[in-house]
Ligand binder design. Structure first.
Ligand SMILES: [Mg+2]
Length: 364
């Protein structure tokens, strides 16, 4: 069903692509339109530069000062939390300062340029996946204009999934070089004033260091999104792989918060056990597990100073923060009194249960 739908959504070019890889035609075929390596402009106004670049200009002028940005995890987040955006509207700002901050850079005389790797696009630059990416970028530009009333000129460069020998995919500096050669009126940049903002800097929780590598390869200053826009708004969602890797690290004792993580995991297990006895709360049991996973991905040792940041993790609410505070005070997420009270309650329940059983037996 899902597979069928995916196929329906693929453009004819993408399907042709698959056919070319898998089937071996007996007779040599005439070259196809999409294989002609000529630059073209598509119906959405995007420039297609075969084999591996798509770009569009939203009203910029040549400029020596370039404020460059990555897209996902930097200017916007995937709203649905999926690995790849589901549709053109599947995004939210990194935080609410982003639109005004972009306008501020433009006012300070910078040209805003986006350099983004979009791995959902395979080889078909005019295919369905590419169309989704373009539609999303157009939607962001439209919101800037219509909702925020900001007329921010910008350029966007999109590199599809990396192929062998490809010079466009970050960390390679190909997109920057292309921009200078073809999209900046021949003007050379003042490298000291240029910078690149991106989330992929290789630290814990990030998927790669391609943004940091890109800035290095280009030779301009690298900044993290929070340095420019302040902390991210909303709760960051993590992929299943990230959570799994972080939990494995905690189990081997290597994460900075391994002990705390294991206590939440144990509390989750205890609560699941309690459910079997008809006592526990299923919602809490899985909530504690989510807290354990979220804490496992926190990059530094948690202290009272970092509680505000910890509270921004997805799944970590006020109740969990109270438990973490308790841990910081006495080394356990349940204080001695709380643990004793919980044990006493359990004991009492057991006694009530056995008395009731005893009473019931008398009538049998
Ligand atoms: Mg990113």
């Amino acid at each position: 069903m899902g597979k069928r739908k995916e196929q329906d959504e693929l453009s004819s070019e993408e399907l042709d692509d698959e056919v070319e890889v898998k089937a071996k035609p007996k007779k040599p075929r005439a070259p196809r339109a999409k294989k002609v390596a000529e630059p073209s402009v598509d119906e959405l106004g995007y420039n297609i530069e075969p084999p591996s670049l798509i770009w569009k200009d939203f009203g910029t002028k040549p400029n020596a000062k370039i404020a460059a940005f990555d897209l996902d995890g930097t200017l916007v987040e995937v709203k649905s939390g999926a690995q790849f955006p589901k549709h053109a509207g599947d995004w939210r700002w990194f935080n609410k300062k982003v639109p005004a901050k972009l306008a501020e850079f433009a006012e300070e005389g910078y040209k805003i340029v986006l350099f983004t790797n979009q791995g959902s696009i395979k080889s078909a630059l005019g295919g369905a996946a590419a169309k989704k990416v373009k539609g999303r970028i157009d939607d962001i530009a439209k919101k800037l204009k219509e909702e925020h009333k900001l007329d921010v000129p910008w350029q966007v460069f999109i590199a599809p999934q990396m192929t062998p020998g490809d010079a466009m995919h970050k960390p390679a500096p190909g997109m920057w070089q292309f921009m200078l050669e073809h999209c900046n009126g021949g003007l050379q940049p003042d490298m000291k004033q240029c910078f690149f903002v991106g989330d992929a800097d290789g630290t814990a929780g990030t998927h790669s260091d391609s943004d940091l590598g890109f800035a290095k390869a280009v030779g301009i200053t690298f900044k993290a999104p929070a340095e420019v826009f302040g902390p991210m708004e909303g709760k960051a969602s993590l992929s299943a792989e990230q959570r799994k890797a972080a939990m494995e690290a905690a189990h081997s004792g290597s994460g900075p918060n391994a002990e705390l993580v294991l206590q939440f995991e144990q509390l989750s297990k205890d609560t699941f056990e309690a459910i079997k006895r008809g006592e526990g709360d299923a919602f809490r049991a899985s909530a504690y597990k989510k807290v354990a996973e979220a804490l496992a991905t926190f990059p530094s040792k948690i202290s009272t100073d970092s509680l505000k940041e910890v509270g921004k993790l997805k799944g970590v609410g006020k109740g969990s923060l109270d438990k973490i505070k308790k841990y910081l005070e006495c080394g356990h997420i349940q204080g001695e009194e709380e643990a004793a009270a919980a044990a006493a309650e359990q004991q009492q329940q057991k006694e009530t249960f056995s008395k009731a059983t005893e009473a019931a037996m008398q009538f049998m």
